[in-house]
Structure formats: C-alpha cells, structure tokens
Design a protein around this ligand. Sequence first.
Ligand code: NAD
Length: 367
Amino acid sequence: MQHLGVLKESERRRLVALAPAGVKRLSAQLRVSVQRGAGRAAGYSDEAYAQAGATLVEHRDEILRGCDLVLGHDSHYRGEDVGGPKTFIGFLNVLNDRDVVDHYRRPGITLHSLDLIPRTTLAQAMDVLSSVASISGYQAVLLAAERSLATVPMITSAGGTLRPARFLIMGAGVAGLQAIATARRLGAIVRAYDVRSASRTEVESLGATFIEVEGAVEDRKAGGYAVEQTPEHLERIRQVIHAEASQADVIITTAKIPGRKAPLLITEDMVRGMKPGAVVVDLAAATGGNCALTEPDSTVMYDEVTILGPTAIECGCAHSTSFLLSNNYTTFIEHLLKNAENPADEILKATRVVENGEVVNARYLGN
Ligand code: NAD
C-alpha cells in the first residue's frame, strides 16, 4: 500500500490540505501520515486525524523521506535529498512563480500542481483554484465592509435612513461572482464588469448590473479564460470605469490573466476621484494588482481611500477553506491512484509539471 504524507503549512497560511474526513476517505487505498499540528490552525485537531485513521508524525522530514505521495497546499520542498520515487501534490502557482519548479528537478521527483487543473466537468471536483477563488471573493466583501466608513445595507432607524452601499466588482469569474453574491446578500447595489461577454448573464442572474464596454478581445481557445486586451481597449475600460469608481463605496478587483501580469484597471487618478472613506480590495495583488496603488499585503491610505491587496485572503476562514481544499485534493488523489498508468489522462497530463526530475508541462513550457 502506498504511503501519503500531509505536511503542515506555513504558520501564515493556517490551512491544511487534508481534513480528517479526507483521511478517512483515502485510508482504504493508502496509509496516511499527518504532521503533528498540521490542522490545528484550521480547527482540525491531532485527535481527529488519529480517529480518522492517520498516523501522527513529529517532523516534516519524516514525511518527506518516508512517504511516496507528499501533500502540501503551499510549497514545502526545497530540493533536499529525500530519496525517490516521490510524488508531490500541491498548489504552487507555477505560471506566476516559475522558479519554484526548480526545486523539483531531481531524479525520482514528480510534481502535480493543481493551479493547472483543467476547467472541465470531470475535473470540477478537484478544482482547488475555484475553491480558493470562491472564498476569496466572499472574504473580500467582508473585509471591505469592515474597513468601509459606511454600512452596506439600507438601514432605517430612529436616527434616519442610511442608503445602501454601492459596490463595483471588476472581473466576474469565480471570485468576482462570489463577491457579487455576498455583497448582494448584504444589501449592496452592485455593478460589475468583465471582458468575457459570457459573464453578463451570470452577473445579472445574481442581481447586479453588467457594465457595457464594447470591443473586448475574446478567444475561444483560451479555455474559458480571459485573454490580454489591447492597450486601446484597456484605456476604454478605464474611461468607463472612471465615472463608476467615483460613485462606488467599495471596489473589488479580481481581474487576472493566467500566467500574465494582472491588467491595470484602477488608476491613481480614479482613486483620487473616489469618495472619502471608500475602500478598494485588490485580489490580483499577487500578480501585479489591478489598482496602480496596491501594495501586496499592506494597507495603503490615499487621502481618505483605503487600498488593500491581500494575497492570501482565503486563509481568513481556514476551517471552511481547508474543508473545500481537502475535498478537492482527495478527489485528485483518488483520480491519480486510478489513472497513474494512463499517460493520456487529461487531468494528470495538465497538472503534471515535473516527471522524474524533468519539466514536462506544456503550459509551463509555453507550448
Ligand atoms: P481568473 O481568476 O483567471 O480571472 C478572473 C476574471 O477576471 C475572469 O472572469 C476574467 O475574464 C476577468 N478579466 C481578465 N481581464 C480583465 C479585464 N481587463 N477587465 C475585466 N475583467 C477581466 O478567472 P476564473 O475566475 O478562474 O474563471 C475563468 C473562467 O473559467 C470563467 O469562465 C469560469 O466560469 C470558468 N470556470 C470553469 C470551471 C469548470 O468548468 N470546471 C471552473 C471554474 C471556472
């Protein structure tokens, strides 16, 4: 029976890649070891892992050396000599953090990074990217509401009536749609924009207004993702958004292009025109930011406007995020065990970055 090891994430992350329920699900097919304390910050105790059938292991090195499959959401392996063959599974953001892959270029080492999961129906239950994005969109609204000087819903009270807040959401993919839904539930008036025309129906079905900017470039071959826009179109978006921004109490930006720098959508000039007390939450901070003033993981005050660029906002509700990740990773590992010998398997091919020390991934290599 193969041996799976679950590593403790960095303190900052607070997440765990496998919850006790995942241990239970996998233990018919695998021996599972979990690094002691791995789930503590996410609300999963060592006792719960032991009850689910895991062996608790004191040190990270024991997992790295002793297991055939090593699971850690973030990067944990730094190229140490750990023997082989060994398969690492995680979410390493390899298209944006390309150098991380170098650690895995060692004989016997294979790496699957789930940020490369294909956006297909079969792979949906393994889509870590969507889980992280959903939680990020939700958390961004709560963060903005907490930092805003105004309330979100309309409130009628003895002191008068407070009008509902106006939210502007840029990018209506997984994170943006969850942000729209959360802001609507809180009672905000929401307007949203995306370069993909298909997102209009989704935006409207959530009760938000879609902002029209004609002339976006779309490419069916991009697998449902946005493609880079021409400088002219980006300028057109900024012109339309300028007026929208001045009305907004909160702007949440989520616009990304896989493997590219995030598009600049909110300029300094736009922020200057925003209301005092308004908040910008930039979820693209890790890839350059959608707002010109964003500084990753810092609070920037520009006059009376607050600009936040959290790069790991999904860690804020670590228990829930870990629950979703655990289901995604469990499904992926089950798929890996079942299809390991099939070289044509689309999901394994798409996520395999390194095989026996060689970089083999077409998207990573740019083929
Ligand atoms: P993402 O995180 O790469 O980008 C976020 C959003 O930003 C996208 O909607 C994108 O169109 C938008 N964007 C990019 N440039 C922009 C610009 N200049 N201005 C405004 N918006 C801009 O995307 P994502 O949330 O991962 O979703 C990408 C696609 O994949 C969507 O079509 C989504 O519905 C689809 N998806 C499919 C599955 C599945 O079928 N299993 C799962 C998840 C997502």
